[in-house]
Design a protein. Structure first.
Ligand code: AMP
Length: 126
């Protein structure tokens, strides 16, 4: 089955400059901005500029340059926000996908979350 992408999602609108964002980092192929509903002292979203809905979509169809840029942007955000494991106390990366992943915005985004103890990774489904 082919991947699809809805260009009316809110992160596509941010990339087109139609709505504002609190940018942390912009690179050739990626944008990082603060989550509007932060769940921790550091909560930044890193997105590719290309039209990819999920991580698996990105991994399948993005160019090597986009993939390298995106991964380096995530690492740079960790350093810029002070949570990087070499100097800070660490962080968690989350990339929700699809219905079971409870993905709200259908444009790939990696949450960089840190700044305090985050607790266990998952809560059991109810
Ligand atoms: P997810 O459930 O992984 O799709 O997460 C979507 C995230 O996007 C949530 O943490 C929202 O708080 C965040 N979000 C939604 N709209 C905006 C926006 N305009 N600017 C920044 N973050 C947003």
């Amino acid at each position: 089955m082919a991947y699809t992408y809805d260009d009316q999602n809110i992160f596509a609108k941010i990339l087109r400059g139609e709505i504002p964002n609190d940018t942390v980092l912009e690179t050739e192929h990626s944008l990082a901005f603060r989550d509007i509903n932060a769940q921790a002292p550091t909560h930044v979203l890193v997105i590719p500029k290309g039209p990819y809905a999920t991580f698996d979509h990105f991994a399948a169809e993005a160019s090597d340059a986009e993939i390298v840029d995106f991964n380096r942007a995530i690492g740079e955000v960790c350093r810029m926000t002070g949570v990087a494991a070499d100097r800070g106390d660490g962080y968690r990366l989350i990339a929700n996908a699809g219905a079971d992943g409870v993905q709200e915005v259908p444009h790939l985004h990696v949450h960089v979350i840190g700044g305090h103890m985050l607790g266990r990774m998952l809560q059991p489904a109810r």
